[in-house]
Design a protein around this ligand. Structure first.
Ligand SMILES: Cc1cc2nc3c(=O)[nH]c(=O)nc-3n(C[C@H](O)[C@H](O)[C@H](O)COP(=O)(O)O)c2cc1C
Length: 220
């Protein structure tokens, strides 16, 4: 494991170099909480499935904890509209190239007041850079030869109801669109509040592992 930060320890990258890049961004400030546990299971399944796939299952997985990063709010200075880059100096400088390089982006956020948590929202807004590159500067984010860019959203809320994830799903539609990514799938669980409670939901961790396996199969 390689620490890409300067002492913060928020990003962990496999040392081997592989073809398919998976970037997992966990945003909950509750480390080891419900969304973290789901992401851990997804990544575990990706590693296992990729190992079984042999030489074709070549994955590089990078995990980042947004709550341990310094990400300032977008100020709508419009620098990105002109230059396609962000003017703010913080940990997004390291994250932008990883988002750009990712074939798969997994964003995990708990539901806070029917929305993303603040750490996820800071990231989302700072991705205005990609929207500007795509829609104002008319630059594609697809690398030459890149088959796809795909996004997966993971979320957990404490309450029940059809609207728990309605708002965040709309945001994710436009977030992944700005990143020139297909909004490939969700993993959403409601009625889950206490830290670690997700372990006791009947299918949650199993569903997470299945999602990880499907990510590998869809990449081969
Ligand atoms: C500030 C705050 C606001 C919350 N708002 C909601 C909400 O609007 N709807 C909901 O279903 N759960 C809400 N929750 C509960 C969390 O979504 C829930 O505990 C979730 O399991 C946390 O995931 P985590 O362990 O990954 O952080 C809120 C929690 C906090 C701390």
């Amino acid at each position: 494991m390689q620490d890409r930060s300067e002492g913060a320890g928020y990003c962990f990258e496999a040392t081997d170099r592989f073809d398919m890049k998976v970037l997992a961004l966990s945003s909950s400030p509750r480390i080891g909480g419900n969304t973290d546990l789901l992401v851990t299971e997804i990544l575990r399944a990706i590693r296992q499935e990729a190992a079984q796939a042999g030489p074709e299952g070549r994955f590089e997985i990078t995990e980042c904890r947004l709550s341990q990063m310094t990400i300032r709010p977008c100020t709508q200075c419009d620098h990105c509209h002109r230059q396609g880059t962000c003017n703010l100096a913080d940990d997004m400088e390291g994250l932008y190239p990883q988002i750009e390089a990712a074939d798969w982006l997994i964003l995990a956020s708990p539901i806070y007041f029917m929305a993303h948590c603040a750490q996820a929202k800071l990231l989302i807004d700072r991705c205005q850079v990609f929207w500007a590159r795509r829609y104002i500067l008319k630059q594609s984010l697809l690398r030459p030869g890149q088959a796809f860019r795909r996004g997966v959203f993971v979320s957990v809320g404490a309450t029940h109801g059809v609207k728990v994830f309605a708002g965040v799903k709309v945001t994710m539609k436009w977030f992944f669109d700005a990143l020139e990514m297909e909004y490939w799938d969700n993993l959403l669980f409601e009625g889950c509040d206490q830290k670690g409670r997700i372990r006791h939901l009947p299918t949650a961790l199993q569903d997470a592992r299945e999602l990880g396996r499907r990510i590998v199969q869809a990449s081969l």
